[in-house]
Design a protein around this ligand. Structure first.
Ligand SMILES: Nc1ncnc2c1ncn2[C@@H]1O[C@H](COP(=O)(O)OP(=O)(O)OP(=O)(O)O)[C@@H](O)[C@H]1O
Length: 580
């Protein structure tokens, strides 16, 4: 409820549409309410007395009121829809902007499946609730209250029937609205699971096929899909069973009205036209109540959706640029970790434990260690994708948290473990590295990343279009493009997370050489699984279970690190005998 109220600020810019919609609706409702009374007069005054002129006159008024009603309904539909659609568009834009600002930890908390459900389903649900509220909510109470008032004024003899029927109808409607709200919350949760499963399976479809796991995934998907169907079914059942129940109550009321009316017509108290008008008003009352119910259901259904949207919009972004960053003319790339601890979950085990090291500007730092020892996590702390739980990371002697986030990230070239490229041309992907990139800059970066040769074989070279996930490139080609994209910005800090693993030995050597010769002042962090990839580094960090087991040059580590020696022995087949 509160969340929906909070979201209503998004209607402010479209307040005129939101006012005009219900105003037009008032015209329609007024015209609808006039019809039965006019009909009553046509029967009781015109037809009963053989007054043809009166019948024609009222018939003309009835047509005019029907046309006005139609115009009112159209105007209301147009303006209500405009207000609701723009409202939804603005929220979608803000939710997208917010998720872009999310830190990696914020992302981990929500999960991609849930975020997609929020941007697609939840916003549409809230948008529909606003549209229906503007379009129908005014209509429902107006028809309802208007009919009751008119029956009181013109057919008071039949009013007792309403006194019984209306409370019964109201109780049914309130119960159905509350129940449907609870059930739709469960529908949304089931929808999250379907989205997450779908996204995961589609992203990994090649692995699914290669391992012949189609049947397994099919049955997994069936489980979550069946759950969604079951919950949808329960929720929809509630909605569809409301109409027959309401109809039943109204029909009983009509029978009661006719019975009471017949007695009074016999006694000469009322005329037949009044009974017909009363039955019409009963139908209008039911229509009004049904409209209100649909809106109430849509509104209660939108509560959980609004909560989830607000959850995103109100999420505290745990990594933000400082209000007053320490002014620096240029980030040189001297990096120091001081007693850094990091854990992915608040009370979880530390992935990095009391980590300390110092890298001078322009140094090449190799990182090696067993799987899950924390290498990638260490790298991710440098562009502040995560912040340490304790300890400090300093660049050029200044705590990372005091650097402008934009300036910091602009100084860094990052090549993630999994080469992530976007659908679009190669040039557009290069522009991720540098916005206004020239043809010669692209060529230079591609050359350094050993990507030029294969790009020139592609149809359209830099205009070649990559499909979603760059599935029309090989793993090695994706890696090279990903490296070129990082090099194109001539970064002062370059982070390579096992980025040459899919390159052949010759290409890897070419990239290593290019880094050394063309980027002598760039501090490079190079995670590798092969010692040969980091053998020439100025400093190598050996990570073991989140701690630095040892650091030094290749020769120093052969002397002092048993872990490093073991890796070397396994990879080269050589024993090192002369260590202390
Ligand atoms: N987003 C995450 N949420 C929770 N735990 C994570 C997350 N990412 C990594 N971890 C855990 O943190 C630990 C270190 O992971 P990390 O990716 O840093 O290791 P790594 O040394 O780079 O491994 P590899 O050599 O396999 O790439 C692992 O135990 C991993 O399960």
């Amino acid at each position: 409820m509160k969340s929906l109220q909070k979201l209503l600020v998004y209607i402010k810019p479209y307040k005129w549409f939101a006012i005009l919609g219900p105003l037009f609706m008032c015209v329609e409702v007024a015209m609808d309410l006039l019809q039965p009374t006019m009909m009553q007069h046509v029967i009781d005054t015109g037809i009963a007395n053989g007054n043809h002129a009166y019948v024609i006159k009222l018939g003309f008024f009835m047509i005019v009121s029907a046309v006005l009603g139609l115009l009112g309904a159209m105007g209301s539909a147009i303006y209500s829809t405009k207000a609701a659609v723009y409202f939804g568009t603005d929220i979608r834009q803000d939710v997208f902007r917010k998720t872009e600002q999310f830190s990696s930890r914020n992302h981990d908390t929500f999960g991609t499946g849930k975020l997609i459900t929020i941007v697609t389903n939840d916003i549409t649900t809230v948008q529909n609730a606003v549209r229906m509220t503007l379009f129908i909510l005014v209509r429902g109470p107006f028809l309802f209250v208007g009919s009751i008032v008119i029956v009181w004024l013109t057919a008071r003899e039949l009013f007792p029937i309403l006194l019984i029927a209306i409370p019964i109808l109201s109780i049914c409607i309130i119960w159905f609205s509350v129940k449907s709200g609870q059930l739709f919350q469960k529908v949304q949760e089931a929808m999250d699971k379907v989205n997450t499963k779908l996204q995961e399976t589609l992203a990994g479809i090649r692995v699914v096929k290669a391992f012949n796991r189609e049947e397994f995934e099919k049955s997994n998907f069936k489980t979550v899909n069946d759950m969604l169907t079951k919950r949808n079914f329960s929720a929809e059942q509630i909605i569809v069973s409301l109409m027959p129940i309401t109809m039943f109550v109204v029909n009983i009321a009509i029978v009661g009205g006719m019975w009471l009316g017949a007695i009074q017509v016999n006694q000469g108290v009322i005329q037949v036209g009044m009974i017909l008008a009363f039955i019409n008003y009963l139908h209008i009352i039911m229509n009004g109540l049904m409209s209100m119910t649909h809106v109430l259901m849509q509104i209660t259904r939108s509560f959980p959706s609004a909560d989830r949207i607000i959850q995103v919009l109100d999420t505290h972004i745990d990594i933000e640029s400082p209000q007053q960053p320490t002014p620096v003319s240029e980030i040189r790339g001297e990096i120091e970790f001081r007693n850094v601890d990091y854990s992915y979950s608040k009370n979880g085990e530390y992935v990095l434990k009391n980590l300390s090291f110092h890298a001078k500007s322009g140094e090449k730092i190799g990182i090696i260690g067993s799987t899950g020892s924390g290498k990638t996590t260490l790298l991710k702390l440098i562009p502040r994708l995560y912040d340490p739980d304790s300890g400090t990371v300093l660049i050029d002697g200044i705590d990372l948290k005091n650097h402008s986030l934009e300036a910091l990230r602009s100084a860094i070239g990052f090549v993630p473990q999994k080469a992530t490229l976007f659908s679009g041309t190669i040039e557009e992907n290069m522009q991720y590295g540098k916005e206004h990139v020239t043809a010669s800059e692209m060529e230079e970066a591609a050359e350094l990343a050993a990507a030029s040769e294969f790009i020139h074989k592609l149809d359209g070279t830099y205009d070649y279009t990559l499909m979603q996930g760059a599935t029309n490139l090989s793993g090695g080609q994706k890696q090279r493009l990903s490296i070129a994209r990082a090099l194109i910005r001539k970064p002062n800090i370059l982070l390579l997370d096992d980025s040459t693993s899919a390159l052949d030995a010759k290409s890897e050597a070419a990239v290593q050489r290019a880094l050394k010769e063309e980027f002598p002042n760039t501090t490079v962090f190079l995670i590798a699984s092969k010692i040969s990839s980091i053998i020439d580094c100025d400093q190598i960090l050996v990570l073991e279970d989140g701690m630095i087991e040892a650091s030094g040059t290749h020769d120093e580590l052969l002397m002092k690190s048993s872990v490093y020696r073991e890796i070397y022995r396994t990879q080269s087949g050589k024993e090192i005998l002369n260590y202390e």
